[in-house]
Write a protein that binds this ligand. Structure first.
Ligand code: ADP
Length: 256
């Protein structure tokens, strides 16, 4: 029996570019789902740039083995958020992972077949930017499993939106339903006067969603407190419950 057979929902988080906030979205989504009472797994398949251990402040933790497989790292004492990342397996945490495709594929396959997630409601998979070996291996190993679909993260800039189109095309080719588009780094709200300045262009994520007939899941502005959440391993909903980011993640939990 597959170690994933107890998983009820699988959600992929994709972005065309790096640095658009994909790992932040994956982590905050996992935390929001946990706070809503679900049991959650967060799998970081970004082998060359694993950020999840840092964003949850779990960098000093290790995985160990039991009879059923690898025991993931739990982010909390009540064991409601299980996390797996290559970051937990590297002896030298600052070492670069310079692997060709087959080695990466084998590692991801192991993540999907050997981690003992137990009965979790949601498995959120944080992928590297683009559409590469990692994505293909994930999809090959998710066959016949309950993959709800992909959440696409972009900024509003044309350069990110264009790459996000490639993710859409990948989803079509791989037959993955698209849950929707989330626009991150979408303007900066002045903490003094509350005026929103669109530092980059605005509305790119929404237009992408409208043009392709897929749901638009909301905009998250540049918010220093969101960056701080990553430095403390906290959820924005618990730190700043009324912020635009918190609203987006609360709505996401209700939507997915
Ligand atoms: P990616 O996974 O796309 O490479 P990350 O999620 O690692 O991007 O985010 C890159 C950096 O930007 C991190 O330091 C993160 O805290 C910060 N960040 C992401 N989204 C926001 C936001 N909306 N406001 C402020 N900082 C953000």
């Amino acid at each position: 029996m597959s170690v994933l057979s107890g998983v009820k929902h699988i959600i992929l988080v994709l972005s065309g570019k790096g640095g658009v906030g994909k790992s932040t979205v994956s982590t905050q989504l996992a935390l929001a789902l946990k706070e809503a009472g679900f049991k959650v797994g967060l799998l970081d398949v970004d082998l060359c740039g694993p950020s999840v251990p840092y964003l949850l402040q779990l960098e000093d933790r290790d995985v160990h083995k039991c009879d059923e497989g690898w025991v993931p790292v739990y982010a909390d004492s009540d064991q409601k958020l299980a996390v797996m990342s290559i970051g937990f397996l590297l002896k030298d945490r600052d070492a670069s992972v310079v692997w060709r495709g087959p080695k990466k594929n084998a590692m991801i396959k192991q993540f999907l077949t050997d981690v003992y997630w137990q009965d979790i409601d949601f498995l959120v998979i944080d992928t590297p930017p683009g559409t590469s070996d990692e994505h293909i291996t994930v999809m090959e190993n998710l066959k016949d499993l309950p993959c709800d679909g992909a959440l696409l993260v972009t900024t509003s800039q044309a350069v990110s939106v264009e790459d996000c189109m490639k993710e859409l095309s990948f989803c079509k080719k791989a037959n993955i339903p698209v849950l929707g588009v989330l626009e991150n780094l979408s303007g900066f709200v002045c903490p003094v006067c509350s005026e929103c300045t669109n530092i980059f262009s605005s509305g790119g994520g929404k237009s992408l969603a409208n043009l392709n007939n897929i749901p638009f899941l909301g905009s998250i502005p540049i918010d220093p407190s969101l960056g701080e959440c990553g430095e403390k391993g906290k959820s924005c909903i618990s730190v700043k419950p009324n912020s635009p980011a918190s609203k987006v993640f609360k709505d996401l939990v209700l939507t997915i």
